[in-house]
Every structure is written in C-alpha cells, then in structure tokens.
Design a protein around this ligand. Structure first.
Ligand code: ADP
Ligand code: MG
Length: 365
C-alpha cells in the first residue's frame, strides 16, 4: 500500500495559558511512501516523528494537509478503519492474558463481514506468532517473557489483523543493546516476508540506517532530507543532516574559501572549484583523511585507538568546532608517535556549508 502525505501539518495549541506560542510539531510534510518499503523516520527527540506516525494511524487529526492510502483519501477516516498495525515503545501487553489471548485480542472486536470464528482467530494468531517466532510461547503470561519476546508479541498483535500498513514508534528503545540489534534484524525480515509498507520511527541513526530502504530525516517538524541511507550519508543537504548521521560523527571546522581553495587554520587543504570566496563550515567524515606527512592539514595528536581492522586517530585542531578531531585510518598505516599528525583529504568526504543557512555548498571534484 502506497502512502501519500500531502502538506501534512500538525499544530498544537500552547500548553502554557500565559503564552500564545503554538507548537508546530509537523510542518508541511509532503512525501509518497512507496508500496512495500521500510521507511525510517529519523530525528532527535521532539522533532515530530510520533506526531507524524499518529496522524498516519488516525489517532491524531492533522491541522492541515491530507493523507492517502493508495488512491483513497483517509484523512477523515477513523483509526479502526484504516487497516494499520501500530507498535509503541511501551508495548503494554495485557498482563492477565496469555500470549495467545494478547495476540487474538484485536480480532475480537471485528464486526459484520470481518467477524471471525474462534478457530479462525486462533489460526490467525498462530500465523502471526510464527512470523515473529514466538509460537512456542503461546500459553505464557507476559511476565514470563523477556523484553525481546514481549516486543515480538506486540508486533504479532499488530500483524494479526493483516494490516496494510505497519507503524512502529521507537519499538526497540526498551531493549538492551544486543536484543536491540537482533530485534531490528527480525523486524527487517518480517517486513520483507510480509511486504507490508512499514514506517519505523527512531532517534537512533544507526538503527534507521541499517534497516531502512529510505530514511526521512526531520528537525523541528520539518523534513530535512529523504533518500536511501547511503545516499543521505554520502550527500547531506545541510549541516544538521551531516552531523546527525554517522558514528563516529563528522568533524566540523571553521574554514574559508579563497580563490577556489579551501583554507582551514591558515592552510590551503583542498581545491574547491566553483565556490565563491566566503567563510564556510567544513564537515570532514572520519574516513575522509589520508595519513600524509606532507599533507596540508596538521592536527595535534592526542591518541591512537586500535580497533582491529582500523585505527582511530584522536587529535585537536584550533579551527575545529568539535572537541576532538577523529579520523579512521586503515590499521596497515602506522601513525608515527609524534606531537602532530598530518593529513591530505578525500574530496568526496569533505562537505562545505553556508555559515548562515548551514545549507550545503557544492564544489566540482
Ligand atoms: P518525537 O516523537 O520526534 O520525539 P513528537 O511528535 O512527540 O516528537 O513531538 C513533536 C513536538 O510536538 C514536540 O515539541 C512536543 O512537545 C509537541 N507535542 C507532542 N504532542 C503534543 C500534545 N499532545 N500537545 C502539545 N504539544 C505536543
Ligand atoms: Mg516520539
């Protein structure tokens, strides 16, 4: 099921009686989510991810704009009639019910033509449980399950009505690191097997990058960039997106362009053809540095952290806007134990940004 968001907007009235300041939680969001894909909705806390999801689910009414499922305008349709499965961060299973009863619960309210017999309900429950691999736990109570198993029950409960759309709001945040990793692979597998159009909300960039067909990066209610994870990482439209994606994070410097040369801390570090003279922010990905004793960018060496295949070189630079400059270098290269470390730069890993708008400034390579 394709989902079309058309100028979707949500404005909350001020919570504080004294001020009239409204919160624009989602601002003019337009996007077509392709059928059968997994979309990662990504951004810091408070940027409008949940609000977007609740509007798609029908739990919240937009202040403006429209939502289509396929060709049908569902903007005014109630949540029950949209055919969406929703999984929250707090998966809130009914504690007194067994796993089986929990999964079957949404089927019991079906009315009219959709009404199912008990046998059909049990069959559906087992089908959903098999998908998330908990069909051997059907008679347990939620208290007898691990966090990861409980979250699977919540997913099975969302799948049991065979929704056209699956919406997951930070579904992994309550799990420990290892389970988080495992469960996100599971979600990807289930999504691929069922082909259900899925929106996965998270503030964790790595999580979104690793399982999404497309990511949508949001900031303060406004969509910043949409694309395949690698595409967005390699080609960010602004400084916010560049900083939000990537571990270790991008290194940011104060710089300027003079005669099509990029200057950092007084040294010309890169040719940037086609860019007018101006001050800029410079983002350099950790993998964008070449160790080069004659290289133009010289940093004060702090430490070298060996990470197996790679080493991470930690240094400082007077023009850096980050506390430390971190580069990732292949471990075959030896970093000399000196006070400084010098680099040349890989042009496609260096991004320039306008100092006022923080929008990307592109140069020819
Ligand atoms: P996220 O899920 O990305 O953390 P939310 O969609 O929950 O963000 O919230 C977006 C913005 O809308 C935040 O500033 C939040 O405080 C505000 N907000 C969310 N729900 C309400 C509400 N019911 N009333 C007023 N403001 C709200
Ligand atoms: Mg949220």
């Amino acid at each position: 099921m394709k989902i079309v968001l058309q100028n979707l907007t949500k404005i909350f009235p001020s919570r504080n009686k004294k001020s009239n300041e409204e919160v624009v939680a989602v601002n003019d969001f337009t996007f077509t989510i392709p059928d059968g894909k997994l979309i990662g909705l990504l951004g810091p806390s408070g940027c409008g991810k949940s609000t977007t999801l609740y509007m798609i689910s029908g739990l919240q009414k937009p202040s403006g704009g429209k939502i289509f499922f396929g060709e049908d305008d569902v903007t005014e349709l109630s949540a029950e009639n949209r055919g969406v499965g929703l999984v929250f961060q707090n998966y809130a299973l009914y504690p007194h019910m067994t796993v089986k009863q929990n999964i079957m619960f949404p089927l019991q309210n079906l009315k009219g033509a959709d009404k199912l017999s008990k046998t059909e309900m049990i069959e559906r429950a087992y089908t959903a449980a098999k998908l998330v691999q908990i069909d051997n736990l059907m008679d347990r109570k939620p208290s007898e399950l691990s966090g990861g198993q409980q979250q699977r029950v919540a997913i099975a409960r969302a799948l049991v009505k065979m929704p056209k759309v699956l919406l997951l709001d930070e579904p992994l945040s309550n799990l420990d690191a290892r389970l988080r990793l495992q469960t996100r692979e599971e979600i990807r597998r289930i999504q691929k097997e069922t082909g259900i159009t899925t929106i996965f909300v998270t503030h964790d960039q790595e999580e979104a990058m690793s399982i999404s067909d497309l990511i949508v990066v949001m900031k303060l209610g406004v969509v910043q960039q949409i694309g395949q994870p690698q595409e967005v990482y390699d080609d960010p439209t602004n400084l916010f997106v560049a900083k939000f994606l990537g571990t270790p994070p991008i290194n940011v410097f104060d710089g300027k362009v003079e005669n099509e040369k990029l200057i950092i801390g007084g040294s010309a570090v890169l040719d940037v053809k086609g860019v007018a003279d101006q001050e800029v922010f410079v983002g350099i990905r950790p993998e964008g540095f070449n160790l080069d004793s004659d290289g133009p960018l010289t940093c004060n060496l702090n430490s070298v952290e060996v990470m197996g295949r790679d080493v991470s070189v930690v240094s400082t630079h007077e023009a850096a806007l980050v506390p430390v400059v971190r580069s990732i270098i292949n471990a075959d290269n030896k970093v000399a134990a000196k006070e400084t470390v010098s680099y040349s730069l890989k042009p496609h890993k260096v991004f320039l940004f306008n100092k006022e708008t923080e929008e990307r400034i592109r140069f020819e390579m």
